[in-house]
Design a protein around this ligand. Sequence first.
Ligand SMILES: *Cc1c(COP(=O)(O)O)cnc(C)c1O
Length: 394
Amino acid sequence: MGTTLRQGKEFLMIPGPTNVPDAVLRAMHRPAIDIYEGPLVETTDACLAGLKRLFKTGYPPYIYAANGHGAWDAALSNTLSRGDRILVLESGLFASGWGRAAGMMGLNLDTLPGSWREPVDPSALEDKLRADKGHKIKAILVVQVDTASGVWNDIAALRKAIDAASHPALFMVDTIASLGCVPFHMDDWGVDVALTGSQKGLMCPPGLSFVAGGERARKAHLTADLRTHYMDWSFRDGPIHYQKYCGTPPEHLLFGFKAALDLIFDEGLERVWHRHALLAEASRRAVAVWEKAGAVEFNIVDPRARANSVTVVRTTGWEVEGLRNFTHDVCGVTIGGTIGEMVGQGFRIGHMGHVNAVMLLGTLSAIELGLAKLGKTGTSGGIVAAQDYLAAAL
Ligand SMILES: *Cc1c(COP(=O)(O)O)cnc(C)c1O
């Protein structure tokens, strides 16, 4: 291998799992403890209280020893019944994946077709719901940010569309790639079920996921027939601490999550959102320069719908592997490849969770260096644009 500059701290700049802060790793490095009383019960209480603040809900959240796919199952099984119709709002990979999971559970799938380059259109949703005169649709599934397409859907606007159609379906939102990165207001926005995972904006190892159901979801729960023992909210509401996890609590992940919550609330949730907004816009300023040079283009066409947690970039027809190999092998930073229908067509810059200016600017520099090495002329200047933006914004 030729000369490399990769000895030093490795950066993982993919859209999940994300960098785990040392404070979170340290919190996990301890012996197992009693699961029936003492510090673990306090940890649970702190985690549940923190989740309410993150989701911005007054309703009780639930913690699952599962990744995000498990949270999808939990949301559906607790609130719906076999044969219910659900509407999936397409805008990338993940709402569709959630819909496929629903299909396997015996739910009937309906889709509002969308593209990988645009957010869900609220007026198309309104039309679709108005046409459902018999209110056959029982739940609407959408993601706030899709990590495959990089889209940022306007959850409040989608709620307004549902209200404009006076449709009673439960509104379910996947915030796995957005909670703790961008504003989310479960109760104020009328979200009936919200879910997220530990390993993206929340800076923890994969393995925990979280679901909260509002009043209408909790009412639907009472008659839902897809309920399972492990996922069941009613069982988890029981009086014994052990029930909250339907078995042995994932202790170490909880210690880590508690430490991550402390980091978020010590910084201040609004400040965390603002940090993400600044770093995301800095990324976009750099990508815009590379786009102008003809080397790449933004996947999401409308600048207002580009996420603050991940930027998805398309190459203009050239092989992306050379670039990703260069940033990894020579510079020590891993950027994401594209997935799903975009596989091989671009790259993804994860800028969510435990990310500061140095990590972001270093990553953009490595990409710009790689573009130069690949002979993409006119691409220098992206870093300067990112810096100029931050200099003005700070
Ligand atoms: C990552 C991601 C998922 C999947 O989460 P897993 O923990 O891998 O199951 C689901 N939805 C969105 C929006 C994601 O970004």
